[in-house]
Design a protein around this ligand. Structure first.
Ligand SMILES: [Fe+2]
Length: 382
């Protein structure tokens, strides 16, 4: 077991304290061998303790075993910020590692898997014609969110779940939670936010009627297969209609692939005829699909997704909804370190309110680049 001294500001939940942490007056704040929680870290910071010695496992530099999620994302793969061990090797985990190693993420991951299983059972019940309890569904899904959680925690947790679950159920949970977040940002009434959350959860239920070999086909789809997949909003609407659910849930299921400019399906209707819940779920759905890894490409980073939305044409989405969404996503990452398309690392210092994908960034040498006046773009959050 190696020991490392961390500045208090760099402590993370999940780290194991190697030696007791004392206040200046000699009172024990945290005992040795205690695993840090955010609450304990706050306490240590409150007492102005400068550094804490933390246990590091000796396998630190070993490559992760392929296919082993916990091993790949263990807390041990830290980038060394400084090689000066006399100052107490202060290491800085990369952004994604920081999240994956946190106790909150590991809990979220377990809860999420349970929710995905629960949702499969709910879908099965609905398809079998049994009635389901909407409130129970809502409680299960909202229990994934915690009041103290910030937007950044939530979106990062979703992004970091990618490697483990990309089923219809996981997608529906993601869309439900992202839609709920948009509803909160839009300051919708609480009852609407809850109904929107349920609508997000059920929006793709029609996909259960599509044969899995078509849905998961790795090769290019034939025209017939493509047409079949495009029927899932109608299938979903028909399945849910039998449940006698709120019409907004039914409309959201039927219309979540419609676009404001009339370019969507299955009806090809325009903004004024599309249900507001469907317009919100459309954004969450596209965002989730773009940030997911696909067979033909790696997952896009949130700024590439924002750029895609901007490139694809914001006119496809309800202006108030899409602008609120993009602004919040971009703001989430303000002050974060990012990797630019030329491989350099930088920090986001100022958002561009006209083009959210191209903020002003500061390089390590202190100079700034306005990405809106440069060919460079943000490739990854680090
Ligand atoms: Fe869909």
């Amino acid at each position: 077991m190696n020991l490392k001294e961390y500045h208090t500001k760099d402590l993370l939940p999940g780290m194991t304290v190697a030696a007791p942490v004392y206040t200046k007056t000699g009172q024990v704040l945290v005992d040795a061998k205690v695993v840090l929680t955010q609450q304990l870290i706050n306490r240590i910071q409150f007492y102005n303790v400068p550094t804490v010695t933390v246990e590091m496992e000796e396998t630190k530099e070993e490559p992760a075993k392929k296919g082993d999620f916990f091993s790949q994302n263990s807390l041990l793969h830290y980038e060394q910020k400084s090689t000066d061990s006399t100052k107490g090797a202060v290491a800085e985990p990369s952004y994604s590692q920081k999240i994956k190693k946190s106790a909150e993420f590991q809990k979220f991951q377990v809860d999420f898997s349970f929710s995905a299983n629960d949702l499969k059972l709910i879908f099965d019940k609905i398809i079998a014609g049994e009635s389901v309890d909407i409130n129970d569904m809502l409680n299960k899904i909202t229990s994934l969110l915690h009041p103290e959680q910030t937007t950044i925690d939530f979106f990062d947790m979703l992004h970091n779940l990618r490697s483990i679950n990309d089923s219809i159920y996981a997608h529906c949970i993601n869309v439900s939670l992202i839609s709920r977040m948009i509803g909160i940002w839009l300051k919708l009434p609480n009852e609407d936010i809850d109904l929107l959350t349920v609508a997000g959860l059920l929006h793709d239920i029609g996909k259960t009627k599509i044969p899995p070999d078509v849905l998961n086909k790795k090769e290019q789809l034939t025209d017939e297969e493509f047409a079949l997949i495009r029927k899932h909003p109608v299938y979903g609407y028909e399945i849910l209609k039998a449940q006698g659910l709120d019409t907004r849930i039914l409309k959201a299921t039927l219309m979540h692939h419609e676009r404001c400019d009339g370019s969507g399906y299955p009806l090809g209707i325009k903004e004024n005829d599309i249900d507001n819940f469907a317009l919100i779920i459309a954004i969450a759905d596209v965002y989730d699909a773009m940030t997911a890894a696909r067979i033909y490409r790696a997952p896009l980073c949130p700024f590439q997704v924002i750029a895609e939305f901007e490139k694809e044409g914001l006119q496809k989405y309800k202006p108030k909804y899409i602008l609120t969404f993009l602004e919040h996503i971009a703001t989430t990452y303000q002050n974060n370190r990012v990797m630019l398309s030329n491989g350099e690392s930088a920090k986001i210092v100022l958002l561009n309110q006209q083009v959210f994908s191209k903020p002003l960034v500061q390089l390590n040498d202190g100079s700034c680049i306005d990405l809106n006046r440069s060919d460079l773009y943000i490739k990854a959050i680090i």
